[in-house]
Design a protein around this ligand. Structure first.
Ligand code: ADP
Length: 403
């Protein structure tokens, strides 16, 4: 079975074609700067990379991607018919979608209705679906939600202590994000522990440009650090993470800015970038810190300390755990970040093996805890697209059975 995975943003559309018989990637690429000047489409396959002229809109982008995939000389499939289904990433499933769902017109409308909670993402995700429906009307499409994995959180974890009537009326609550990544790594963890995922407890740390920490009990999310929006939680590349809401009012009045402007600032100008003044990129900030830049060092300290606090609180929530898992661009690649986050946690049963941590092999599942660590520590590279393709396969198989 071949599955096309689409991750549509407002001006980009990332795609991957996977062969699910072997769970291998056939080709992937990105349509960048859709509708802007000089749009381009990249196409990676068989160890090569090509770049093509891009598209004016999402529909044209899909058409061009399909043309590239079936191209006589450079294509990887002979015709569209080889694509069995399409899986779409959706950022916000809100209170409506608790699992991956077969797409029809009503589902697309509901995804659009949830745009208020993810204004940058949901409209673009829906646009990608409409474009695919137009170009390939007979191919089943599946929506995979970043929030769905967290639908199992209990009320006490997802509620904010605001007036109950407002929670009911406006659905203001924690929804979380990165659910597909947390779900993938806990399944991988179950595999390496040789356990049924339903009996695995873990604290999973997805640390990238955006970051979230999740407490997983018996394979299900019971708490996560991101909230109504991805602004809440740990310190990130450009996001402040947790902050006293009074700071918003304070900044509004002192900088004479609107709430929207201050929220934009907290999302895009803070975090590593804002504190260091160097970069939102962890590698760049680390380089500056090593070179003696005190603010860069402070930014890294803030990030590591915020992750440590979430891990600690989730160890309390779970009453201990089988493992702590690191994933995401920083979690997978930065031995320094992992060491800084986990230092001085021995009394909680968390002991890093510094040598294993430093000598880990990139792109592989690695056990990096010391033999005497009560809690195992793993690096597990995430693969959200594979998880999405697995969901798509499952739903399409059910669909075929019911026909
Ligand atoms: P996104 O949240 O946008 O998907 P990623 O998960 O790709 O982000 O993470 C991006 C972050 O990962 C950046 O801060 C980058 O510096 C960091 N990163 C990527 N590779 C490395 C590396 N080899 N060492 C340290 N940090 C890395």
């Amino acid at each position: 079975m071949k599955i096309l995975i689409i991750n549509a943003g407002s001006s980009s559309l990332k795609y991957q074609l996977l062969d699910m018989k072997t769970e291998t990637l056939i080709a992937k690429g990105n349509c960048e700067k859709i509708g802007l000047a000089d749009p381009v489409i990249s196409y990676k396959h068989d160890g090569k990379e090509d770049v093509f002229k891009g598209a004016k809109n999402h529909e044209e982008a899909i058409k061009k991607v399909l043309d590239i995939l079936v191209d006589k000389d450079n294509g990887v499939i002979k015709s569209f018919d080889e694509i069995d289904a399409i899986g779409h990433r959706v950022v916000m499933g809100g209170w409506i979608f608790k699992e991956s769902t077969l797409i029809d017109d009503k589902v697309i409308e509901q995804i659009e209705k949830l745009s208020e909670m993810a204004p940058l993402h949901n409209p673009a995700n829906a646009m990608g679906m409409r474009a695919c429906k137009k170009v390939m009307p007979n191919i089943p499409q599946v929506a995979i939600f970043d929030t769905a994995f967290h639908a199992t959180m209990p009320e006490k974890a997802y509620m904010y202590a605001i007036k109950y009537e407002d929670y009911e009326k406006y659905r203001i609550r924690r929804y979380g994000a990165h659910g597909t990544s947390h779900r993938y790594v806990v399944q991988e963890l179950a595999r390496v522990l040789n356990k049924d995922v339903k009996s695995v407890n873990a604290v999973t740390c997805h640390i990238g440009n955006g970051s979230s920490i999740t407490a997983i009990k018996n394979g299900e999310s019971v708490d996560t650090s991101m909230g109504l929006t991805p602004l809440q939680g740990v310190v990130m590349g450009t996001r402040s993470g947790d902050i006293d809401p009074s700071v918003v009012q304070f900044l509004c009045s002192h900088k004479n800015q609107t709430v929207d402007e201050v929220l934009n600032y907290l999302n895009k100008e803070c975090g590593l970038l804002g504190v260091s003044g160097v970069s939102s990129d962890h590698r760049e900030t680390t380089k500056a810190a090593v070179g003696g830049n005190k603010r860069a060092k402070l930014a890294l300290d803030l990030l590591a300390y915020s992750v440590k606090k979430y891990i600690g609180s989730y160890l309390a929530v779970l009453n201990g755990t089988d493992a702590i898992v690191f994933t995401g661009g920083i979690g997978e690649n930065s031995a320094e970040a992992r060491e800084q986050i986990l230092e001085n946690m021995e009394n909680l049963g968390v002991v890093l093996d510094k040598e294993k941590n430093n000598n880990f092999k990139r792109g592989q599942v690695e056990l990096i805890s010391a033999d005497n660590s009560k809690i195992k520590i793993y690096v597990i590279p995430t693969d959200e697209e594979l998880m999405m393709a697995r969901d798509t396969v499952q739903i399409v198989k059910k669909l075929k059975k019911s026909k």
